[in-house]
Design a protein around this ligand. Sequence first.
Ligand code: AMP
Ligand code: MG
Length: 325
Amino acid sequence: MRGISSWLCVVCCAAVCLCGAVGCAPQSVTRNGFALNTPVSITVYGTRDQGILDACFDLIAQKERLFSRTVPQSDIGRINAAKGEATEVSAETAELLRRALYWSEVTDGAFDVTVAPYVELWDFTADTPQLPASDALQRAGESVGWRGVTVQGNVVTLAHPDAAVDLGGIAKGYIADCLYTYLQQRGYAALIDLGGSITAVGDKNGAPFRIGVQHPRREDALIGYTEIQGASVVTSGDYQRYFMLDGVRYHHILDPADGMPAQTDLCSVTVVGACAADADALATACIVLGKQKAQALLRELGAAAVLVMQDGTVWHTDGLQWTAK
Ligand code: AMP
Ligand code: MG
C-alpha cells in the first residue's frame, strides 16, 4: 500500500505544482492518519474546509467502534464474548455479516468470517514472531466455520460457544463505501486510501484518477496502474502483513481449513469495482483460492482484477483497463 500511497502522492504533488505555476490556489484538503489498524489518507477536492475531513475521520471511528474485534463493547466484541448466545447488534453490523456470509458461500468458504479464533493465535507484528502450536490451531479449528453463523434480523447467533467472527477481510471496503456515499451526497470528489483499499469519489476535474498497484516484492515499485472514477481498487497480498521465519513467509490471510497462512501461488490480488466491500472480500478470497480457482471465479462473476503470481507474472481480466509498468 505504501507504493500506492507514494504514487498518489507524486500524482498529487504534480497537480499542485502545475496549479502553482499558473497562480491558482490548490482546491483540496488532505489528511493522513492511522485507523482500522492501517494508515489512512483522505483528499477531498473542491474545498479547503477541514471540517469535511473531521467528518470523514469521525465516520471511520464510529464504524470502527461497531466492527472492531479487539474492542470488547463493539458489536463484534459482544458477539464473540456471548459464548454462542444470541446477540442483538446494529442493523449495519447485521447487514455486513450477511454480506460476509454471502461471500463465504460464493467463494466456497475461502472467505470465512469465523477465522477469528485462528487470527488470535497469530501476531504478525511481534518483534520475535512465533508460529502457533499446532494443537492450538487444531482446537481453534473446531469452532471455525461460516455455516455456524446465523443472522436473523439484527440478532446474531454462533453455533459453537468458542466461535468468533472477524470482519477484517471486508470492513475496510465497507467503510470506504460509507465514506463514498457520505462525500458523494455532499457533492465532493475525493480520493480515499484505507491501507489496501483505494476509493475514488467522482473524478479529478473531469479526468479519472490514476491508481498504481504496488509490486508485491519491491516496496518502491508499481506493477502498473488502472484509471477509475466512482470506483474502488482493493488489494490483498501476502506482503501487507507478514513475517519471515527460516526462509518461509507467514502472512495474514489464513486458510480456513487449518488456520495457516494460505499456501497460494498468488502474491497479490487487486479487485476493481463499484462496491469496495465486495472487492475487499473477493480479493481476500482469491488469495486463498489460488490462481486457477480465482481466475474461474472472477470470470464467473464478471469482476475486474489483477493477479500477481509468485513467479512474478501478472494476469488481468479482459474487462480491466490496465497499463503495465
Ligand atoms: P485483507 O487484508 O482484506 O485480505 O483481509 C485480511 C484480514 O481478514 C486478516 O487480517 C484477518 O483479520 C481476516 N482474514 C484472514 N484470513 C481470512 C479468510 N480466509 N477469510 C476472511 N477473513 C480473513
Ligand atoms: Mg479483503
